[in-house]
Ligand binder design. Structure first.
Ligand SMILES: NC(=O)c1ccc[n+]([C@@H]2O[C@H](COP(=O)([O-])OP(=O)(O)OC[C@H]3O[C@@H](n4cnc5c(N)ncnc54)[C@H](O)[C@@H]3O)[C@@H](O)[C@H]2O)c1
Length: 159
């Protein structure tokens, strides 16, 4: 028996990597999948793979740091499937630079996508989930959300 039959899952950053894997597994387990990503071309390939395997999916062009885009993507998902039961806040980017060489705009971009993106998703999905009386929000993080790592070396020099 499939575990999420008839449910709808919105997965951010689902055009590749872990998001793609979440999307394919949830579709295999019976969910309607909303593949959200800034890379809509790759997202479309994920949707084609899911539908060719007998699953149900749609793609939405979506920058998770864009507040208005969240309203649009949730609206598109609800219009297509009637509800959204599962949100996977997966979209994330990394920056492999020592702090003293990191530009403020690079820091802002990291936080806009990795932190504000998850906040906006939760903020805009919650009213629909409250109305339905249920729902699941899954936030994908990293070990570096819990502990730091040594990287304050001078650029170009290995430790
Ligand atoms: N892969 C790992 O080993 C690992 C380890 C720890 C944590 N994570 C976390 O897992 C998540 C996925 O990582 P991954 O390795 O699969 O990444 P990835 O780089 O393979 O894929 C990330 C996806 O997010 C999309 N994306 C980037 N910016 C976006 C934005 N502003 N809005 C919407 N989509 C956007 C990209 O287009 C891409 O499809 C991230 O949150 C990452 O921090 C991954």
């Amino acid at each position: 028996m499939t575990r999420v039959q008839g449910k709808t899952a919105l997965i951010t950053g689902a055009a590749m990597g872990m998001g793609e894997a979440h999307a394919k597994l949830l579709a295999k387990e019976g969910a309607n999948v909303v593949v959200s990503d800034v890379n809509v071309e790759k997202g479309r390939i994920v949707v084609d793979t899911i539908t060719e395997a007998g699953g149900e999916a749609m793609v939405c062009k979506h920058d998770v740091s864009d507040e208005a885009a969240w309203r649009e993507v949730i609206g598109e998902g609800v219009t297509a499937y009637g509800k959204i039961d599962i949100l996977v806040n997966n979209a994330g980017v990394t920056l492999q630079k020592p702090v003293h060489e990191t530009e403020t705009h690079e820091w802002d971009r990291l936080f806009d996508i990795n932190v504000k993106g998850a906040f906006l998703g939760t903020k805009y999905i919650l009213p629909a989930m409250q109305k339905a009386g249920r729902g699941s929000i899954i936030n994908i993080s990293s070990i570096y959300g819990l502990v730091g790592g040594p990287s304050a070396r001078r650029s170009g020099k290995a430790r």
